[in-house]
Design a protein around this ligand. Structure first.
Ligand SMILES: Cc1cc2nc3c(=O)[nH]c(=O)nc-3n(C[C@H](O)[C@H](O)[C@H](O)COP(=O)(O)OP(=O)(O)OC[C@H]3O[C@@H](n4cnc5c(N)ncnc54)[C@H](O)[C@@H]3O)c2cc1C
Length: 327
């Protein structure tokens, strides 16, 4: 696709039109790729390599893996499965989507590609507490820092839990975790307004509330400590409940409808409000879970297949075709 001539980079005309380009190679995008490839459709996944699943040391709530599975290993299995049926997977970031009358042009730093449909499976990015990248990643690997109470609240049953967050979001996360432990502390920097009813619930549930700025976070062998207005507090685990940034900007730039937070609005079949543009996984409003992302990926892929078949019937040639590019 790219020819380098000295410092200049020239792009030649795209060689083929894919049935679908999937932006994002997490559980949603890779599930859709498996389905689409098995529908005998041409599919290209372009992935910037920052799936939230890759951050999971060991997921224990994902069905089918009684001993748990490492997130990166799960992604590798899914990628292998998609490639086995002919899906192409490229590393890189999609920087722009352009919609034409019948196709999309998908621009990346390594070239432009054309597709009859696009699935956006770009996920979200968690806002992180103020700590170095090295400390953050080490704490995450050791279970001192966690982002997903639904996923791993069980692992901190009866432990000392700290929650960094304010307003409704922080309060709800602390209350959710209260069903796993009697020792929950909400570290509230006051940046959000907590509804009176939730403040009452926090007090009634016996959740300690520390008001004031959250200071330096340090990690020890089995402990994570936070400087607060009341001094240094130690926890077995810390949950940042600071919200997340939704990676929906490519679709929003095309005019796709989104919630105030940026989650893409889809119909029951994962269609966005832009024709032939679909979305699945965390980038859509819903339960931010691997199983949910996979489910939406499967629904999106089947919708894409059926919508493409309505535009022009999908009919298998009676004799096998050697080169898939000639389909
Ligand atoms: C620490 C942690 C632990 C978790 N534990 C669990 C668990 O145990 N069980 C569970 O069910 N869920 C868990 N989750 C949630 C789970 O990881 C997510 O719900 C899941 O990854 C969502 O899948 P997705 O495909 O929608 O998005 P992601 O997996 O985030 O993948 C999105 C992909 O899109 C790519 N992308 C984004 N923008 C572009 C672009 N412009 N161009 C190209 N590529 C792009 C990203 O690089 C990324 O690879 C956890 C999350 C975290 C952070």
């Amino acid at each position: 696709m790219i020819f380098e001539a000295g410092a200049a980079v020239q792009f030649c005309a795209p060689a083929r039109t894919y049935d679908c380009i999937i932006v994002g190679g997490g559980p949603a995008g890779l599930t859709a790729a498996i389905y689409l490839a098995r529908f005998h459709l041409s599919v290209l996944v372009i992935d910037a390599g920052s799936s939230r699943t890759a951050m999971i040391p060991l997921t224990r709530n994902h069905a089918g893996f009684p001993e748990g599975i490492n997130g990166q290993a799960l992604l590798e299995r899914m990628g292998d499965q998609a490639k086995r049926y002919g899906a192409a997977i490229e590393d890189g970031e999609v920087t722009r989507l352009r919609a034409g009358p019948d196709t999309f042009t998908v621009t990346t730093v390594f070239g432009a590609f054309v597709a009859r449909s696009v699935l956006l499976a770009t996920g979200v990015v968690n806002r992180r507490p103020d700590m170095s990248e090295a400390d953050h990643d080490s704490a995450l690997q050791r279970g001192l820092l966690r982002y997903c109470p639904i996923c791993d609240g069980f692992e901190v049953t009866d432990k000392r839990i700290g929650v960094i967050g304010s307003g409704e979001h922080g309060a709800k996360e602390a209350l959710f975790l209260r069903s796993f432990s009697a020792d929950v502390t909400l570290l509230d920097d006051g940046s959000g307004e907590m509804p009176h009813k939730l403040a009452e619930e926090i007090a009634a549930a016996g959740i300690a509330k520390m008001q004031g700025p959250v200071g330096t976070i340090t990690i020890g062998k089995d402990v994570i400590s936070v400087e607060t207005a009341a001094g240094k507090l130690a926890f077995d685990t810390l949950y940042p409940a600071l919200g997340s940034d939704i990676r929906s900007e490519l679709a929003v730039a095309l005019g796709a409808e989104a919630s105030g937070e940026g989650c893409l609005t889809v119909d029951r079949h994962q269609r966005t409000s832009v024709s032939r543009l679909y979305a699945a996984g965390d980038v859509v409003l819903g339960l931010d879970q691997i199983s949910h992302a996979m489910g939406e990926g499967g629904v999106a892929a089947t919708t894409i297949r059926n919508d493409l078949a309505e535009q022009s019937p999908l009919r298998r040639a009676s004799t096998p075709v050697a080169d898939p590019d000639t389909r």
